[in-house]
Design a protein around this ligand. Sequence first.
Ligand SMILES: C[S@@+](CC[C@H](N)C(=O)[O-])C[C@H]1O[C@@H](n2cnc3c(N)ncnc32)[C@H](O)[C@@H]1O
Length: 280
Amino acid sequence: MNYTEIQLTLSAEYTDILMAELSELGFESFVETDEGLSGYILEPDFDETAVQSVIDKYADQTAIAYQINSLEKKNWNEEWERNYQPIEVQDQIRVRASFHEPDAGFRYDIVINPKMSFGTGHHETTAMMLEHQLNVNAAGKTVLDVGSGTGILAILAAMQGAERVVAFDIEEWAIENARENAELNDCSQIEVFQGTIHEVNPAERFDIVLANINRNVLLEDIPVYVQLMKPDSTLLVSGFYEQDAPDIEEKGVAAGLTKTGQLSQNKWVSLKFDKRTHGL
Ligand SMILES: C[S@@+](CC[C@H](N)C(=O)[O-])C[C@H]1O[C@@H](n2cnc3c(N)ncnc32)[C@H](O)[C@@H]1O
């Protein structure tokens, strides 16, 4: 059976939402590319009119161009594997798929089969979150991973020795994928559920909160994260551009946090906050 490939040229900000929309139309897998995104669907399931309606929906917000190719299944698999290269963070973390050989030169060998979820380490925001995590001691700690995608951040926390990791995402396929990846990496201390921050047990308190989401969700939910944080705990956030960093910082500080770190890559930013107040 042949596959249809759609190559989308679009701003990185929109890859997540387009992946979600196209997967609703039956697209089975995606690869993030330098130009944007490629999606794959069995040829008989491909409906160009439906794809066009999705693109039209976003046309007034951003420029999206696309090209359609027909691929033999065998070639498609090869293409996917060729495009998905391992990534390395700070010479300590290597993120790979199960079809790549492990490399013992890295302290953390993370296996991610991405399917349709965001979080392979290829995106700047994921890489910066992982880099920040390297400087936060998770051993014996409780960790909350907000918008877990593939579960990559939760998996690093578990590998660093976290005692309990709670991960959640609004998307169902992300949950399935995060569970599968947690198992692939033998991280039995990760608990994954589908929902939002409001479904987290309000009585529980965490040492580390990880939230690689987006500007709007962060601006709304940072105060809720802070309520769920223990005294002397850490919040790492990403998923927004440099121009939005001052608003995110202000929100964190207004909620009682101290900014203690900032990373930037390609106009994307990741901030580190510490909760230094006691007795809250
Ligand atoms: C930028 S991706 C990050 C994935 C992964 N944590 C990483 O760092 O690569 C954001 C994820 O948050 C999820 N998401 C978006 N809004 C959310 C919300 N309000 N609550 C929970 N998850 C959300 C999306 O489905 C997506 O999987």
